[in-house]
Design a protein around this ligand. Structure first.
Ligand SMILES: [Zn+2]
Length: 421
C-alpha cells in the first residue's frame, strides 16, 4: 500500500508553526492557511501547503489522494501533558461530600481521598488496569488528543508502582494515542509505610527509580510538593537524585501553598504544574526560566478553587501549557478542550494562547519537539473540526467535537463511522 498521502482540501489549517515558546500571543499571530493540504509519508508530515499546488506536484503512482468534501479546520493533534488516568475505582462519594461542605480531613476520615484510590488500584490486576487506561486514552483520542501523559502514583510501593507503570506501558500498545509515562511514586507518604517522608523517598530512590529507568518504564519523575505531601527540602534531594539517574523532572507545584515552583525552577524542571497559589515572585521566577507553567483548570473546576493565574504568567513572559489533570479525586471530568475554553473566559486568554497551550507548548512540557505543530518532519498527528472558522472551537466550549482524528499518518477516528447505522 502507498504510504504517502495527500489529505485535503482543508478550509483552514492552523499550523501553530513559527510561534514563540514563551509569552503572550495574539490571534493575529496565528497563521491560518486556507484551502490547505497535508502531504504525509508514513507517520510524518512531508509538507503543508496550498492543496492545489501540492496536488499538481504529486505523482499519483506514489501518493494516495484523500479528498475532503466538507468544511474542516485542522489543528495539530492536541497534547494532554498532565493526567492520572491509570486508576481504579470512583471518588463520587468524595465529590458529593465536598460539595456538601465537608473538609478534606472529614472526607479522609470517611475513607476517601487519594488513599482510597491507592487501595482500589492496588486491588486491581495489571491487565485490568491496562484495559481501563487504554479505554480512557481512546476516549481522549476521539476528542482529538493524540499524546497523553499518564502518571503513576496510586501504587506507592516498589511493586505496585512497577505494576502501574507496566500497565501504562501495556495500555500504550492497546490505544492508538501515544502515552508518556511519568513516575509519581512521590504522590504522598503511604499510610502503610513505616517511616517518615525522607525514609520513603530514599526507599524509592534506592529500589524503584533505577529499575524503572533501566526497564524503560518511565523517563520522567514527578513529586507533589505540598504541606500534605512532601516539603521543598525533601523534594530537592529526591529530584537531584532522580536527575542523576537520568530522569526528566516535573513538579506538582503551588496548588494550595506556594513553594513547589521555586523547586521546579531550581531543578530546571520541564514543567511546574498547578500554580493556583503561586505568588507574584513565584510567577516572575517561573517566567524568567525555561520551565513551562502548566494550568490545570479541571482541578479548579473539580474543587471549586481559583484558576491558575495564566494571564499574569503569560504577560510576564512565561510559557503556559494547559492540561486536564484527569484523576478520580479533584479532576474527574477529563475533557481538556472544555476546561481550556473555560480557563480562557476566566483568565482572558486568546485563542492563540489556548491552542499553543494544548499543542506545542504542551509538547515542550513533555520534552517533545516532534509534535504539536503541523510542519515538515513533525508527526502527522492532526484533528479536523467540522467548521470553517477556527474560533468556533473555543466558542463552543468543548461541544464541537472532532470529525476526524489522525495519528501518525493514519485516520484513527471518523465521526461518520461512529454513528453509522
Ligand atoms: Zn496532578
Amino acid at each position: 500500500m502507498k504510504d504517502k498521502k495527500l489529505i485535503g482540501p482543508i478550509t483552514q489549517l492552523l499550523s501553530m508553526d513559527q510561534l514563540p515558546l514563551k509569552g503572550a500571543l495574539k490571534d493575529s499571530q496565528l497563521s491560518t492557511l486556507k484551502h490547505a493540504g497535508i502531504l504525509v509519508d508514513g507517520d510524518k508530515i512531508v509538507e503543508i501547503g496550498d492543496f492545489e499546488v501540492l496536488r499538481k506536484k504529486i505523482d499519483l503512482q506514489e501518493v494516495r489522494r484523500i479528498d475532503l468534501s466538507e468544511n474542516y479546520v485542522a489543528l495539530p493533534g492536541m497534547i494532554d501533558c498532565h493526567t492520572h488516568i491509570c486508576f481504579a475505582g470512583s471518588r463520587a462519594k468524595d465529590f458529593a461530600l465536598r460539595n456538601s461542605g465537608k473538609s478534606y480531613l472529614e472526607i479522609a476520615e470517611a475513607g476517601g481521598g487519594i488513599w482510597d484510590t491507592v487501595t482500589q488500584t492496588r486491588k486491581m490486576s495489571g491487565s485490568e488496569l491496562a484495559k481501563i487506561t487504554a479505554a480512557r486514552a481512546d476516549q481522549l483520542l476521539e476528542n482529538g488528543i493524540t499524546t497523553i501523559e499518564v502518571k503513576s502514583g496510586y501504587g506507592l510501593s516498589v511493586l505496585e508502582e512497577i505494576k502501574i507503570l507496566t500497565s501504562i506501558h501495556n495500555a500504550n500498545r492497546k490505544t492508538k494515542a501515544d502515552l508518556i509515562a511519568t513516575c509519581l511514586a512521590a504522590h504522598l507518604l503511604p499510610k502503610d509505610f513505616e517511616g517518615d517522608e525522607t525514609a520513603y523517598l530514599d526507599w524509592m530512590i534506592q529500589k524503584l527509580l533505577p529499575i524503572i529507568y533501566k526497564e524503560g518504564l518511565s523517563k520522567r519523575v514527578d513529586i507533589f510538593i505540598e504541606k500534605s505531601a512532601f516539603s521543598k527540602e525533601q523534594a530537592l534531594v529526591y529530584l537531584k537524585k532522580s536527575r542523576e539517574i537520568g530522569f526528566q523532572i516535573t513538579v506538582h507545584a503551588d496548588q494550595f501553598t506556594s513553594g513547589g515552583s521555586e523547586v521546579a525552577v531550581k531543578m530546571q524542571a520541564l514543567s511546574a504544574d498547578h500554580l493556583e497559589a503561586s505568588s507574584e515572585e513565584d510567577l516572575k521566577r517561573l517566567a524568567k526560566s525555561d520551565t513551562i507553567g502548566v494550568a490545570l483548570p479541571g482541578a479548579s473546576i473539580g474543587l471549586g478553587c481559583p484558576f491558575t493565574p495564566a494571564r499574569k504568567l503569560l504577560d510576564m513572559g512565561g510559557s503556559l501549557a494547559i492540561a486536564s489533570d484527569w484523576n478520580p479525586g479533584s479532576a474527574p471530568m477529563g475533557d481538556l478542550l472544555t476546561q481550556a475554553s473555560i480557563l480562557a473566559t476566566f483568565e482572558k486568554l486568546s485563542t492563540a494562547e489556548v491552542f499553543a497551550g494544548i499543542t506545542f507548548r504542551a509538547a515542550a512540557a513533555l520534552g517533545l519537539s516532534d509534535r504539536g505543530k503541523l510542519a515538515s518532519n513533525h508527526m502527522a498527528d492532526f484533528v479536523l473540526f467540522p467548521t470553517n472558522d477556527y474560533r468556533d472551537i473555543l466558542y463552543q466550549q468543548g461541544t464541537l467535537k472532532p470529525a476526524q482524528v489522525w495519528k501518525s499518518g493514519i485516520k484513527v477516528f471518523d465521526i461518520k463511522k461512529k454513528y453509522k447505522g
